[in-house]
Design a protein around this ligand. Structure first.
Ligand code: NAD
Length: 260
């Protein structure tokens, strides 16, 4: 049990990658808080986990771009479990459009969810981690934290920005026992990606099969999607690492799409 009784907040955990992380962490004895927009969906995810692993799981309604909701959600977890050991800032959306057609409101929404969300959740959790002298913060970056693609101006900007924020928190938190790292997945088949396939096909004037084969997987070494389980395993690696040697790092899991 690598995370026995650790209190873990995972944003966007009602679906996709966040949900897989919640399952993997619970399988290692963690208490998981499913923080998501929709309380019913979060409660269902928490109930599934509690039934499957017999561990504590709670639903927290949280729009990560709302200062009030983030503070209230973190307070709810601290009240129930006495602190926060691990924060996974994972909630995210995708909006694709060429820059000249990108609505300013969409741009601001993207930066609010990805960047304000990471900032607000970290800010709310850090005092509790500092009080214990220990903690692990993990941001869900992307290959797009390192690489650009057409149509994704706001996403690429936000995901690059997460590296900067993680490095600052790593410097500030290191002496207080808190490490901060970023996971950078390649394409993972989740609702977020399924939605993009027809959108990109339309924008680029190619078929959906070509979007998958050439746009999404064209630069991988083996033509394979990364899976939610792959990313959950990387998250476990960071969260359960025994020391704070890994701090301010980013790890790419993308089937060789991007190498550094
Ligand atoms: P998903 O759509 O399956 O899940 C995203 C979850 O975030 C949903 O449950 C949604 O309700 C929640 N969410 C959205 N906005 C929110 C908000 N304002 N506050 C709280 N919750 C909110 O998507 P996913 O593919 O699992 O993506 C999770 C993260 O992984 C995102 O940050 C995404 O950018 C990143 N990522 C995904 C891929 C991929 O290929 N799927 C690749 C790299 C990075």
């Amino acid at each position: 049990m690598k995370l026995k009784d650790k209190a873990c907040i995972i944003t966007g955990a009602a679906s996709g990658i966040g949900n897989a992380i919640a399952h993997r962490f619970a399988s290692e004895g963690a208490k998981v808080a499913i923080a998501d927009l929709n309380l019913d969906a979060a409660q269902k995810a928490a109930d599934d986990i509690a039934a499957k692993f017999g561990t504590s799981a709670m639903a927290v309604v949280m729009d990560v771009s709302s200062e009030e909701q983030v503070n209230a959600g973190v307070a709810q977890v601290v009240e129930a479990w006495g602190g926060v050991d691990v924060l996974i800032s994972n909630a995210g959306i995708q909006i694709v459009n060429p820059v000249e057609h990108f609505a300013f409101s969409d741009w601001k929404k993207m930066l609010a969810i990805h960047l304000d969300g990471a900032f607000l959740t970290s800010r709310a959790c850090l005092p509790h981690m500092y009080a214990k002298g220990a903690g692990s913060i993990i941001f869900m970056g992307s290959v797009h934290s390192k690489e650009a693609s057409p149509l994704k101006s706001a996403y690429v900007t936000a995901k690059h920005g997460l590296l900067g924020l993680a490095r600052v928190i790593a410097k500030e938190g290191g002496s207080k026992g808190v490490r901060t790292n970023v996971i950078c997945p390649g394409f993972v088949r989740t609702p977020l990606v399924d939605k993009q396939i027809p959108e990109q096909a339309r924008e680029l004037g190619i078929s959906e099969e070509e979007v998958i084969k050439n746009v999404m997987l064209g630069k991988t070494a083996d033509g394979e999607f990364t899976t939610v389980e792959d990313i959950a395993e990387v998250a476990l690696f960071f969260a359960a690492f025994e020391t704070n040697a890994l701090n301010g790092q980013s790890l790419i899991a993308s089937h060789g799409w991007f190498m550094e």
